[in-house]
Design a protein around this ligand. Structure first.
Ligand code: ADQ
Length: 527
């Protein structure tokens, strides 16, 4: 693993995310600690350990208060403290307004262009503002305690207003922000009441650098600033915005996973045995196994996937009994009605499909309706002949990358929605449009019929590409970019312009932000 701390050059990293890296839970056998799964924690935890930084997050665990001091601080990892976790306490109404409300019922659907789920309530917006302000204050307090010059890194759409608020408290502090979900075009933000888009954008412009997964989202952000903040100078060709005498840089930094760790998980003895057992059960005699893994979220296109599968088994009766899908779907945000409706719709559709095509010997869809630990996930990915990712919109989609990392035997095909950030990066996947059910079914059929040598060739290419772009490369490119900006930090945009372009994200020579070329997809124009 690359040591990215050199880019910090003695600066103290203060990270802000909604989810905490260590959660204390009260159980029957006493308090236990849990590290939430996921790439972000596994990439950032080692960096935080090496730099003795501070991670600020919502203290969500049932035993979090009793394991922290009166301010909410504790040393983590719990048995070998190396950095500080500062927990911020939220009560039920805070969670309802800020998290379930404005963040997940307004911003989440708007950013994913799914306006049928969009709900705006003024109280939620007020709560979002006050909770953002509370987090900004907590970050500010931690910055005052930092031994080195602080560098603040904000994560995601939960905290759009934090950068401007923090900038007000500490004008000279370096702040950057990673936006994990798509950034929408102006028409989406226009659905918010007047004044709200302006406040959100001004909040984000408190940053020195804003990081998105793709150029498309950067482009959307710049267009939103042009539309809602006419007084702000946008220099799209430089991916820069000048505001209040400061320069804000933007860039595309596609997130990834800990590729080696995932590959290792797929190669353990246990995974070997599990993958072999799955193949023995589902793929004997030339049969095929497919997999999908998601949180039960309406952005992931699960009903659309089920429709395509239904059509596939309807149109191609020869595939009945010869192709099985394992659908791993974890309940998510179950407090919200659209998520409850989705869950019950998915359960009903799976039952209907299984009744329609299943036999006493064969069940078309095996639904795993729970959280699955990473090692089992790696074994399922490894055993599968194809993976279906059908998001209607998705910032990146890490499942696609996990599947590729776990495909150590190189026989699987990735069937990938063209509306994921991953589709703009990964070549050699079979691209589909989940809204086009017939085309989606064609894409699955094409994957199933793909000759073994072509599968191998495609998978090998995807694996090589993934190994060149891991979560550590992502982290390094962001921290290197920050170091460049901090070293040359200045408020004069003309001085900034003289600095050489630094990273992948800059296309300083171009006059306009290019749109991302679409690649052909199944069901439209066959490649
Ligand atoms: P998510 O919307 O959560 O992330 P994704 O990128 O696919 O989507 O990551 C999901 C993670 O959860 C994966 O690591 C996956 O393995 C895991 N997971 C899902 N279902 C699971 C299950 N049943 N059991 C165990 N693990 C499960 C947001 C954005 C994405 C962006 C990421 C990172 O919406 O677009 O890629 O952040 O920036």
């Amino acid at each position: 693993m690359t040591d990215v701390t050199r880019h910090l050059d003695g600066r103290t990293l203060i990270l802000l995310s909604n989810r905490e890296p260590y959660e204390h839970l009260a159980g029957v056998e006493g308090v236990h600690v849990r590290q939430p799964p996921g790439g972000l924690v596994s990439a950032l935890d080692p960096t935080m350990r090496r730099t003795s930084g501070t991670w600020v997050a919502w203290g969500s665990g049932s035993a979090d208060r009793e394991t922290a001091d009166e301010v909410g601080r504790l040393g983590v990892p719990p048995f070998e403290p190396a950095y500080t976790l500062r927990r911020v306490w939220l009560d039920e109404s805070d969670i309802a307004g800020y998290y379930l409300g404005f963040a997940n019922s307004a911003l989440w659907p708007l950013c994913h262009l799914l306006i049928q789920h969009f709900e705006f309530h003024r109280e939620h917006w007020e709560c979002y503002q006050s909770i953002n302000s509370r987090f900004a204050t907590a970050v500010y307090e931690e910055s005052l305690r930092a031994t080195g010059t602080p560098q603040v890194w904000v994560q995601d759409y939960h905290f759009a207003l934090v950068p401007a608020e923090l900038r007000r408290l500490a004008p000279d502090i370096f702040i950057h922000h990673f936006w994990h979900i798509p950034f929408p075009p102006p028409d989406m933000l226009r659905l918010l009441p007047m004044g709200v888009p302006e406040k959100l954008l001004r909040g984000l412009l408190g940053n020195d650098l804003i990081e998105f997964h793709t150029e498309r989202y950067t482009h959307n952000f710049l267009n939103c600033v042009r539309e809602f903040l006419p007084d702000v100078q946008v220099r799209g060709e430089l991916r820069r915005v000048s505001v209040d005498g400061r320069s804000v840089a933007l860039g595309a930094f596609p997130i990834s996973i800990d590729v080696d760790a995932f590959e290792r998980l797929a190669l353990t003895e246990e995974s070997d045995a599990r993958a072999a057992a799955l193949r023995q059960r589902f793929t004997r005699g030339g049969r095929a196994l497919g997999v999908s893994v998601d949180r039960l979220d309406y952005t992931k296109g699960i009903p659309e996937r089920l429709r395509a599968l239904d059509r596939l088994w309807y149109e191609s009766p020869e595939l009945r009994g010869r192709f099985t899908m394992i659908i791993v779907a974890t309940p998510s945000r179950t407090e919200l009605i659209p998520y409850q409706t989705l869950e019950s719709d998915v359960l009903t559709s799976v039952r209907e499909i299984n009744e329609r095509y299943g036999t006493s010997e064969w069940e078309p869809i095996v639904l795993v309706h729970e959280n699955v630990h990473a090692e089992l996930l790696a074994a399922i990915y490894r055993a599968a002949d194809l993976c279906l990712v059908s998001s209607l919109q998705d910032g990146m989609n890490l499942v696609a990358k996990e599947f590729v990392a776990a495909q150590v035997d190189e026989h699987g095909v990735l069937v990938l929605s063209r509306f994921t950030g991953a589709a703009e990066e990964i070549e050699q996947a079979v691209l589909i449009n989940p809204f086009n059910v017939a085309g989606f079914a064609d894409g699955i059929r094409a994957a199933l019929e793909m000759p073994a040598d072509e599968r191998r060739r495609r998978m090998r290419a995807m694996r090589a590409q993934l190994h060149r772009s891991t979560i550590f490369d992502w982290l390094e490119s962001i921290l290197a970019r920050c170091a460049d900006l901090m070293d040359g930090c200045c408020s004069d945009p003309d001085v900034e312009r003289r600095r050489p372009p630094a990273v992948i994200a800059d296309a300083a020579e171009q006059d306009a932000v290019p749109d991302v070329p679409d690649r052909p997809q199944w069901g439209d124009a066959r490649p």
